[in-house]
Ligand binder design. Structure first.
Ligand SMILES: [Zn+2]
Length: 403
């Protein structure tokens, strides 16, 4: 296998030190992301917030690099060309991979980013002493030319030791806690105050090395390919890895939460903020039918049957997102929601809303569908999308019993 270059889209010294200790010397480039603006679009909790920020950081750095290299720049929010540049002089060498990360601490139902001031740090550390919270870290790994990526989360419960007021004051006076998520470090002066960690230690530092390895593996690559000095694992790079690295066509998301997440279930899913769809049903000539979609060959799960739906936006609740996706893909907007089936995977969920539709309403497919078809409940095609096939028996019985 060959060595791969990595660019870290973060100014965190702890993340850089984590990679270096693991034999990886990345290039570093700080992203210019308006974090409050990104967060103002995120409806969900800390997991969603760190995922949105990690992804925004990696995509922002990629957009800058592509611009410098003379590529057309795509807006990270609309996916439309934002501007185009003509290459002048030496072309910028694009890294093989770009990694963005973000961390937040969830404590007592609140989400703590960096405290920034001694007053806020004191208030938080006083509350946290002797108790525990969960550190969430989001990761986004992008292919350095196309921008095709994979995002993933790590979560770890952190138990803080009881601290005296003198210890808290001394720790704050060191300035260390002011600029780190949750007001503590586990790998610095704060280390002695962290009694133990349940979960991945490196995720608490700000970059989970095991998650990084899994993200690479999901793309057919090996963490050993990132080693700067040591030799990568012997053997050929996988076909999937070679193919992934060779893509140059820019990935242009329609919405900023479009993208793949490596779920806690071990599989890759579409929709960083989760996904939702509508199982529309009608009564037609004495039998109950559902509206199924044969997914276009180029789309995720192409060539299989499921229901119209897709990734929801960061700011949408599942029902709003599911109805929007359904309307885009069928042009049907008149529905009566009767219930919801949720497949909750922890880091990702798919909500299927069961909705009644008037007989006679016919769908108009968009580019995402090869075909849309009203199908009798007992005649659903055999080649269902695997995730939909798993939920179908429950959804079917709900549809059957709906008024
Ligand atoms: Zn999953």
């Amino acid at each position: 296998m060959r060595h791969l270059s990595l660019l870290l889209a973060s100014k965190s010294p702890a993340r850089l030190a984590t990679l270096r200790a693991a034999g990886i010397e990345p290039a570093v480039r700080v992203s210019h992301v308006d974090e409050p603006a990104v967060l103002s679009q995120v409806r969900g909790g800390p997991s969603q917030q760190v995922l949105a920020l990690a992804t925004a950081k990696a995509r922002a750095v990629l957009a800058e690099l592509r611009a410098e290299a003379g590529f057309e720049v795509f807006s990270t929010t609309t996916g439309q060309p934002a501007s185009s540049f003509l290459s002048t002089g030496e072309p910028t060498r694009l890294p093989d991979l770009i990694l963005g990360c973000d961390s937040m601490f969830e404590f007592d139902g609140q989400v703590f980013g960096k405290p920034r001031t001694p007053e806020v740090a004191k208030e938080r550390l006083t509350a946290m002493a002797g108790r525990s919270g969960v550190l969430h870290t989001g990761h986004c790994l992008l292919q350095g030319t196309s921008g095709e990526g994979l995002s993933a989360l790590s979560h770890a419960r952190v138990h803080v030791a009881p601290m005296s007021e003198a210890e808290i004051d001394a720790y704050i006076a060191s300035m260390e806690p002011l600029w780190v998520a949750g007001s503590f470090t586990v790998d610095g002066l704060g280390g002695p105050f962290i009694e133990h960690v349940e979960g991945d230690y490196h995720g608490v530092v700000g970059l989970s090395l095991p998650r990084l390895r899994e993200m690479l593996a999901a793309r057919g690559l090996s963490i050993t390919q990132l080693w700067t000095q040591a030799e990568p694992a012997k053997g050929e790079e996988s076909e999937a890895g070679r193919e992934y690295l060779s893509r140059t066509r820019p990935f242009s998301p329609r919405h900023s939460a479009d993208g793949f997440i490596l779920c806690s279930c071990g599989r890759r899913h579409w929709g960083l903020a989760g996904a939702a769809g509508i199982c529309a049903f009608r009564d037609h000539e004495g039998s109950r039918e559902v509206l199924l979609q044969l997914r276009a060959p180029w789309s995720h799960g192409g060539g299989t049957w499921s229901i119209p739906g897709g990734a929801i936006e960061w700011f949408e609740d599942p029902q709003t997102g599911g109805l929007r996706e359904f309307a885009e893909e069928t042009s049907i907007t008149e529905l009566q929601i009767r219930g919801c089936h949720t497949a909750d995977h922890g880091d990702w969920r798919f909500d299927t809303f069961i909705a009644g539709c008037t007989d006679g309403v016919e769908p108009v497919p968009d580019a995402e569908s090869t075909e849309l078809r009203w199908v009798c409940l007992d005649d659903v095609p055999a080649n269902l999308h695997p995730a939909f096939a798993q939920s179908w028996p429950e959804i079917r019985s709900f549809v059957l019993n709906a008024d």
